[in-house]
Write a protein that binds this ligand. Structure first.
Ligand code: NAP
Ligand code: MG
Length: 478
């Protein structure tokens, strides 16, 4: 039986209490046990990170690049094995899980290059004979709190740039998916990171997460998760005047215009709304259809939903895995009830599936006859549930798409350059997709949203430097 340990100051530290890591597709399958850590573990990890910071933040860039590159190489080489582990603990299909692992590896590789390209500027001063330099330095010790839906990619896209630019890290992964974070910690440790530079502390958000937030010895917080926890972090960060970066929920619209290629649009909607069991912050949960294409689109997507195979993520025939746990499944079911009570028509799915395996299987679920004021269109469900809103024209589609507190991703399916161009400019979202799913992004360009979806500088790509470095201006009279 695998019992995982925390990584604190370069040592693997076990805890007295542990919790089982359950496979959501088969609750008889216990993948291992993970630490139930205390605030003392967090304090030790933060102390270790602070002690490691002076040396790490001034270490040669080649040393950091080599370590990140090595970690990326190992992640990519072990993609099948790590993908299986990820699929088993989170429930996305094996193909999706391997894709996520590759993304994590690619991020480390990208950041291994980025550290060598760390920019600076030398300028003339307005004063005679004086030189001015603008350089970037590491911020300090970064507390990271991550969600369960991308167990290796999200920790990687925070950890890789943090380490690249010379910061030290204390990571608390989601309690539901400890094994992927543990595998990442093991890879980083063996890649040659000095003790204390990267620390992993597993356990409950209310204990371990809270202890990170309450620490006076943390210099920044990077968080991905729900809006509730996010706004609490923003409060704390503002009071302590430390920086924070928050990536939260979405209620992402996919607009389909009458002139869209209907087959493209149906596949884009299917992928965006239902793949990864709809458990993506970028999922297309509102399908905004022009009246002229509405009937044909709904008919086609219902047929395609009938082709979906919900089941064991490790079975190659499965297209949709289970919901992550019983609590999330109950939350999804309650939104299915709420939608019907508000007058939406259930067009497909809506029921829990009794599978051969004891797991949390839910039919992909589609509502029609909904309007944008219904709770199903205002609140994030985070499950395989999408709602169709019928609109008369492009202008109404755009206005409905933007009528939400969220602003992460927005998509449009159209063959009109005019409408695509207008939508790109006027969609109130951090990411816009034309004839592509709202979910599914590249590792080398910025990721993030607007309004209630995100707060603080963007993650990923060359923009990651904004959060993970601080600017210094130096004046020199030689
Ligand atoms: P969550 O409940 O906010 O949890 C996120 C992380 O915060 C977990 O590690 C959790 O610990 C921890 N946490 C919970 N309560 C805490 C507290 N009081 N203090 C400190 N930490 C605390 O969110 P989730 O249910 O795991 O994830 C789903 C949400 O994440 C959705 O809203 C989704 O949209 C969002 N998400 C956003 C993005 C994005 O980039 N925009 C990406 C993926 C997911 P536990 O281990 O105890 O849960
Ligand atoms: Mg699990």
């Amino acid at each position: 039986m695998t019992v995982l340990a925390n990584l604190i100051n370069g040592e693997w530290v076990t805890t007295q209490e542990n919790r089982p890591n359950v496979n959501p597709a088969n609750t008889n399958d216990i993948i291992g046990y993970s630490p139930i850590s205390t605030s003392e573990h967090v304090e030790q990890a933060i102390a270790a990170a602070n002690a490691a910071f002076p040396a790490w933040s001034t270490s040669p860039i080649q040393q950091r690049s080599t370590i990140l590159n090595k970690a990326g190489t190992e992640i990519l080489e072990r993609k099948e094995e790590l993908g299986r582990l990820l699929a088993r603990e989170e429930g996305k299909t094996l193909a999706e899980a391997i894709g996520e692992v590759v993304r994590a590896g690619d991020v480390f590789k990208f950041m291994a290059g980025e550290v060598l390209r760390m920019p600076g500027q030398k300028m003339d001063s307005t004063r005679p004979g004086v030189d001015v330099e603008i350089t970037r330095e590491a911020v300090g010790v970064i507390g990271m709190i991550t969600p369960w839906n991308f167990p290796i990619a999200i920790p990687s896209w925070k950890v890789a740039p943090a380490l690249a630019f010379g910061n030290c890290v204390v990571l608390k992964p989601a309690d539901l998916v400890p094994a992927s974070a543990h595998a990442l910690a093991d890879i980083l440790q063996r890649a040659g990171l000095p003790a204390g530079v990267f620390n992993l502390v597993m356990g409950k958000g209310s204990v371990v997460g809270q202890a990170i937030l309450e620490s006076q010895e943390i210099d920044a917080i990077s968080f991905t998760g729900s809006q509730g926890v996010g706004s609490q972090i923003a409060d704390i960060a503002a009071k302590r005047m430390i920086r924070c970066q928050l990536e939260m929920g979405g209620k992402n619209p996919l607009v389909v215009l009458d002139d869209a290629d209907i087959d493209v649009a149906v596949e884009v909607a299917l992928n965006g709304a239902f793949y990864s069991t709809g458990q993506r912050c970028t999922a297309s949960s509102r399908l905004i259809l022009n009246a002229g294409i509405h009937y044909a689109f709904v008919e086609k997507i219902e047929t395609r939903l009938g082709d979906m195979k919900v089941g064991d993520p490790l079975d190659a025939k499965t297209t949709i895995g289970p919901v992550v746990d019983e609590r999330q499944l109950q939350a999804d079911m309650s939104y299915i009830e709420i939608a019907q009570a508000e007058g939406a028509t259930l067009a497909f799915g809506g029921k829990r599936i009794a599978n051969d395996l004891p797991g949390y299987f839910l039919e992909p679920t589609l509502f029609i006859d909904t309007n944008n004021d219904m709770r199903i269109n205002r609140e994030e469900v985070f499950g395989p549930v999408a709602a169709v809103i019928k609109v008369q024209d492009y202008d109404e589609a755009l206005s409905v798409a933007n009528d939400t507190v969220f602003g992460l991703s927005a998509g449009i399916c159209t063959t009109s350059l005019k409408h695509a161009s207008h939508f790109k400019r006027h969609a109130q979202a951090g990411m816009v997709m034309v004839n592509l799913p709202t979910a599914g992004v590249d590792p080398h360009v910025p990721f993030g949203g607007r309004k209630a979806s995100s707060f603080g500088p963007r993650e990923q790509g060359s923009y990651a430097i904004e959060f993970y470095t601080t600017v210094k201006t130096t004046y020199v009279l030689p």
